[in-house]
Ligand binder design. Structure first.
Ligand SMILES: Nc1ncnc2c1ncn2[C@@H]1O[C@H](COP(=O)(O)OP(=O)(O)OP(=O)(O)O)[C@@H](O)[C@H]1O
Ligand SMILES: [Mg+2]
Length: 334
């Protein structure tokens, strides 16, 4: 009977062959998933040996960068990162590696997890999300050995290794002080992370960056702060929504919508639209889009909505200026 190491190796060989075959088929150079990446949108999956499969979720990534509404700065940072990775061969020919470690921080519901998915989709890489419950053991030594097992695998497969809600790591153990545990697991991870080749992208997301010490921060090559949407992002988001509604009148300007949603998370904005859609569907044609929007907005905030586009427009402009002065949006952090 084959040992676990042999099984791992066999599974790895199968995966590599499949990826190389795909790469040849598309007449691309054999640097798997790199040069061909930015054009594909299908989610990529690898065959994962059982011993590794229990440590990660293999998430089907399909979200594209242009589906998210982010600040221009974040979009351009992400595009540059993707461009670098997609041009690994060129960089390597000059003995330079692309960046491959990303830290995403920011309050809940504004796209950290979604952005990890975007990296995988845009680069046609499998997205492996870490299962802390399976990795963290009451013995730090065992935790470190599981992490090592995972990294041994990740080191050979181009993939996005995703540590979501990084700050949750410590909560897997109740007998040790939470912060201390996070730090120990994090330093164990960093030791392992340092030896990963650049074809393995590590993405960590956290709502509580204060739990990570400076040494951790410094290790990540790209650090992005994903904040709630500002006025302009909300306007853009509403524009996309309006397009998706076809010819139906929405009865509110983008500026007014942005004003209503100011301070909301993107997840909140998304749930607003789902509420509207539900209302329209369940009314079976009795409720127009604009009536549904008005009703949901009315429920959200008891403020009067103007249906007069001209009035809304002038009102919207002043809102937009105010928003411009007061909101900061998402940014790259140092
Ligand atoms: N920038 C965005 N553009 C469009 N939709 C977004 C954006 N951010 C979040 N969403 C939507 O909100 C939902 C929650 O987003 P996501 O899970 O990525 O947030 P998060 O920052 O990871 O939150 P948490 O910190 O709670 O894990 C997603 O379903 C996504 O569709
Ligand atoms: Mg998340």
């Amino acid at each position: 009977m084959a040992t676990k190491t042999q099984q791992d190796r066999q599974a790895l060989e199968r995966t590599m062959k499949a990826i190389i075959a795909r790469s040849k088929k598309s007449n691309q150079p054999q640097l798997i998933g790199l040069e061909e990446s930015a054009v594909q949108s299908k989610s990529i999956s690898v065959e994962i040996p059982e011993r590794i499969a229990e440590l990660v979720y293999d998430i089907p990534a399909q979200r594209r960068l242009d589906e998210l509404v982010l600040s221009e700065e974040i979009v351009s940072e992400v595009q540059e990162f993707i461009f670098e990775y997609s041009n690994t061969a060129l960089l390597r020919s000059h003995s330079i590696e692309p960046r491959h470690t990303v830290l995403l921080k920011g309050p809940p519901g504004n796209g950290k997890t979604s952005l990890a998915e975007v990296f995988a989709t845009e680069l046609s890489l499998p997205l492996l999300s870490i299962r802390y419950d399976a990795i963290i053991d009451s013995y730090l030594g065992e935790t470190a050995s599981r992490l090592k097992r995972l990294m041994d695998f990740a080191e050979q497969i181009p993939c996005v290794l995703f540590f979501d809600e990084f700050d949750a790591v410590g909560k897997e153990r109740s007998d040790v002080q939470e912060t201390g545990e996070i730090k120990r697991v994090v330093s164990s991870l960093l030791v392992q992370m340092d030896r990963l080749p650049s074809h393995t992208i590590v993405v960590c997301a956290t709502n509580h960056p204060e739990l990570l010490d400076r040494a951790v921060w410094r290790r990540f090559e790209l650090k992005l702060e994903i904040n709630p949407p500002d006025h302009f992002q909300l306007v853009k988001w509403f524009g996309n929504f309006k397009k998706s509604m076809g010819k139906a009148s929405v009865g509110i300007t983008a500026d007014d919508f942005a004003k209503y949603m100011e301070g909301e998370t993107m997840a909140g904005v998304e749930s607003f639209i789902l509420d509207v859609r539900r209302k329209i569907i369940l009314s079976k044609g009795k409720l127009s889009a604009s009536e549904a929007i008005k009703s949901v907005l009315g429920r959200l905030k008891k403020t009067i909505i103007t249906n007069n586009p001209e009035e809304s427009q002038s009102h919207g402009n002043s809102t937009s200026n105010r928003a411009n002065r007061t909101r900061s949006g998402s940014k790259k952090t140092n």
